[in-house]
Ligand binder design. Structure first.
Ligand code: SAM
Length: 320
């Protein structure tokens, strides 16, 4: 039996979405359909639910799990950064709620062949969409030292980025990196033992974010989702690290300041202690929900958002 992903902040996210009335909802990150199943179970038969994911293997599992819901649910293969063109042919009723549950699922992480985990041996892949050409292997073996440094710093925020980018480029001059374990053993050998776990998590995070262009896609997806939403509709976003959360927080803040939306909660919602204990992946999760009040017509507002720096530029390698 396939181990599906345990949905994070399930009750809270679905509650947040369903506070608004409506006949159509979108799950932008279906995964193995944990949230989508709950959304379908809690809505009436005349409510249409659209699910999007750029991972065909996850969609296969989702399709099987959702088969009892018949034509109430439509699954679409693609990226949420294209949400507008993806859903257009379906001509759905006004969209009442849109969910983003960011990053990767345990279904992806736990499959060594996908290359997401530094604990498992597999090819250096990390693509959500296996049809995409750029993989982690190309990134690590072909990026310039400067580009490697930038991506490790920006998306991993690790203090060993400078040293690692230098030694990675030296080593691949004689032998290319092929597998996750080759890379993780190499990283371990080049940093202090006490830093290994955190640094490995950060290096793998940085590669995954870059391979999948995650932060730019999130920025685009959020704006398009807001434009698709009906007035009084809701967007709920679950993020797992500060780079994602910063984008969501800034976008929601800008909408609030422009009086285009209100937030239900002063702060983000975190998993309960019970959830954190029973599902380790939930530990870093943050849920933010916004309620749309007016259309985004002023391009100036968007300019502020798209130009926002999501990256800490400070050089933290002083201790290296
Ligand atoms: C945390 S999982 C979602 C898990 C899901 N909520 C569940 O309960 O099973 C994130 C999913 O988003 C997908 N994903 C990531 N970026 C995406 C994008 N830009 N467009 C569409 N899907 C994306 C990944 O392939 C992954 O399946």
């Amino acid at each position: 039996m396939i181990a599906v992903h345990i949905p994070v902040l399930l009750k809270e996210a679905i509650e947040g979405l369903l506070e608004g009335e409506g006949k159509a909802f979108i799950d932008c990150t279906v995964g193995t359909a944990g949230h989508l199943l709950e959304l379908l179970s809690q809505t009436k038969d005349d409510v249409m639910v659209i699910g999007i994911d750029k991972d065909n293997k996850s969609l296969e599992v989702a399709r099987e799990r959702l088969k009892d819901f018949g034509d109430r649910v439509t699954l679409l293969f693609g990226g949420f950064e294209d949400i507008d063109t993806l859903i257009e042919p379906l001509k759905p009723p006004p969209i009442a709620g849109i969910l983003f549950d960011l990053g990767m699922s345990s279904f992806q992480l736990n499959n060594p062949q996908r290359g997401f985990s530094y604990r498992e041996n597999g090819p250096l892949d990390m693509r959500f969409n296996s049809a995409q050409s750029l993989s982690a292997k190309e990134l690590i073996n072909e990026s310039s030292q400067e580009n490697l440094l930038q991506l490790l710093r920006k998306f991993g925020e690790d203090k060993w980025s400078r040293r690692l980018s230098r030694v990675i480029v030296e080593r691949r001059g004689t032998e290319a990196f092929e597998t996750t374990v080759e890379l993780s053993n190499f990283v371990r050998r080049n940093i202090p033992r006490r830093a290994a776990h955190k640094t490995l998590a950060r290096v793998f995070q940085a590669l995954r974010i870059t391979v999948n262009n995650e932060l730019e896609n999130l920025k685009t997806g959020l704006v398009k989702a807001f434009n698709l939403l009906k007035i009084d509709g809701r967007i709920a976003v679950i993020s797992y690290h500060s780079l994602e959360d910063r984008i969501v927080k800034n976008f929601f803040r800008i909408l609030k300041e422009a009086e285009l939306a209100v937030t239900g909660h002063q702060r983000c919602i975190r998993p309960s202690k019970d959830e954190r204990m029973s599902n380790r992946r939930s530990r870093s999760a943050r849920l933010r929900v916004i309620n749309k009040r007016a259309e985004l017509t002023n391009q100036m507002i968007l300019n502020e958002y798209t130009e926002l720096e999501t990256v800490h530029e400070s050089d933290t390698e002083g201790n290296e």
